[in-house]
Design a protein around this ligand. Structure first.
Ligand code: F6P
Length: 304
């Protein structure tokens, strides 16, 4: 998100617009935690994860009274347009701003990559690469000790990180909330793999599908094999962004600034067929992202 903030600020300044940063998300918008940003405000953040603007959940913004306060803060400063960077919750807030007459563009950023309409969201690639790096390291121990490892990755409602990390990390099985899984089959696959000479097994599970601990104890009991569990947790939400995420964030934010300059509102910037385009915030929020089943099946075939 820092890369998107940097790009938005600098692209806007390039067009001689005045730029403000809203700190602490919608909560800060209500409180007026808003400061001018210049090119130096966003210097030296291109390699840093997270957001220099910080973020906060806001129950108050969900109420008409809260939103009215936010609108007053914007009016007081003569702010005419808003860029909202975030996932589902942020996009709901962005839609409310657009409905209230503030020109608003959403920039999708969530490690879960679960926002409808966009093939990729900011942070996903970095999170997947963090998970793969962990799996690579775990694989060394797993192979040396002939163990089975269950690696739990993030994704409360989405198996995207698990699917990508599982395929790219060479997992034997991938358990995700979108697809029903059969633990008997998972165990059979582990046992037959060992019989065929495999030195280890790695199972990737999305937190929304099951607890890694529960899967680990099931496999342990069923197979009698030494099975360890690793919960990756919040390390997936931080760290230096990958080159892909940096380029994507820069392009998305610059495009969003252009959309505001053209007077557009109520839109989200999305990636489709390899390029950037827009989709209405209403449509994005009404839709449900479906998982790439072909990719899941490919991962299953390659894990033989
Ligand atoms: O929405 C992104 C996400 O990373 C989910 O995958 C995860 O379950 C959740 O956020 C964790 O949120 P929190 O840090 O609030 O527990």
């Amino acid at each position: 998100m820092n890369v998107a903030i940097r790009a938005a600020v600098r692209k806007a300044l390039y067009h001689e617009l005045e730029v403000y940063g809203v700190f602490q998300g919608f909560a800060g918008l209500i409180e007026g935690d808003i400061s001018p940003l210049d090119t130096h405000s966003v210097a030296d953040i291109i390699h840093r994860g997270g957001t220099i603007l910080r973020t906060a959940r806001s129950e108050e913004f969900k109420t008409p009274a809260g939103r009215e306060k936010a609108l007053q803060q914007l009016a007081r400063r003569g702010i005419e347009g808003m860029l909202v960077i975030g996932g589902d919750g942020s996009f709901h807030g962005a839609r409310e701003l657009a409905r209230s007459g503030i020109k608003t563009i959403g920039i999708p950023a969530t490690i879960d990559n679960d926002l409808y309409g966009s093939d990729y969201t900011i942070g996903f690639d970095t999170a997947v690469n963090t998970a793969i790096e962990a799996i690579n390291k775990i694989r060394d121990t797993a192979a040396s000790h002939e163990r089975t490892y269950v690696v739990e990755v993030m994704g409360r409602h989405s198996g995207q990180i698990a699917l990508w990390a599982g395929l790219a990390g060479g997992a034997e099985s991938i358990l995700i909330p979108e697809i029903k899984f059969d633990l008997e089959r998972v165990c059979e696959r582990i046992v037959s793999g060992f019989k065929r000479g495999k030195s280890h097994s790695i199972i990737v599970v999305a937190e929304g599908a099951a607890r890694g601990e529960d899967i680990g104890s099931y496999i342990r009991k069923k197979t009698g094999l030494e099975t360890r569990v690793m919960v990756l947790g919040h390390i997936q939400r931080g760290g230096s962004p990958t080159a892909f995420d940096r380029v994507l964030s820069s392009q998305m934010a610059a495009y969003a600034v252009d959309l505001l300059r053209e007077g557009k509102t109520g839109l989200g910037v999305v990636v489709q067929e390899g390029g950037l385009t827009t989709m209405g915030l209403e449509e994005i929020l009404a839709g449900e992202k479906t998982l790439d089943v072909d990719l899941y099946q490919l991962a299953d075939i390659l894990a033989m």
